[in-house]
Design a binder for this molecule. Structure first.
Ligand SMILES: Cc1cc2nc3c(=O)[nH]c(=O)nc-3n(C[C@H](O)[C@H](O)[C@H](O)COP(=O)(O)OP(=O)(O)OC[C@H]3O[C@@H](n4cnc5c(N)ncnc54)[C@H](O)[C@@H]3O)c2cc1C
Length: 109
């Protein structure tokens, strides 16, 4: 039993996330939801492997995106800051909306 829990941790223990997107607790809650659904649907070994399969790509995507947002937010070079600000101004709303939709999409169990 412990082996499964270590192999498929939830929340920060599995995917500690920088604060930049306000997603750490959200992702931990999503983990708990998906894991409970998997435990309801499958026997225990399959439940944990399905949970990992369902959650890993999105959790990692959020960790990486949050890290990148932090890097961009803390730029020191004035030229890079100007480029970042210009890029953000020029990013179409539809792109931002699409990214938000991906964050709020739940895995199909
Ligand atoms: C300043 C700040 C702002 C944040 N803002 C946001 C936000 O706006 N939105 C968002 O979604 N997320 C935010 N987060 C991230 C969020 O707080 C975490 O991602 C979330 O709390 C992770 O939940 P967790 O249950 O995995 O871990 P934790 O909340 O860290 O819970 C782990 C628990 O385990 C306990 N524990 C540890 N070791 C042991 C042990 N050996 N035995 C028994 N108990 C133990 C700890 O005391 C703790 O209570 C923020 C974090 C910080 C620091």
């Amino acid at each position: 039993m412990n082996i499964y829990i270590i192999g498929a941790g939830i929340g920060d223990s599995a995917h500690a996330t920088t604060l930049n997107m306000g997603q750490g607790a959200c992702q931990a809650i999503e983990d708990a939801f998906v894991l409970s659904e998997c435990l309801h649907k499958y026997e225990i070994t399959k439940a944990f492997s399905e949970y990992q399969k369902l959650r890993l790509p999105k959790a990692h995507q959020v960790v990486k995106a949050s890290w990148l947002v932090g890097k961009m937010a803390h730029l020191k070079n004035p030229i890079l800051i100007g480029l970042r600000n210009q890029m953000l101004r020029l990013t179409p709303t539809s792109v931002n909306r699409k990214q938000n939709e991906l964050i709020f999409q739940l895995a199909e169990i």
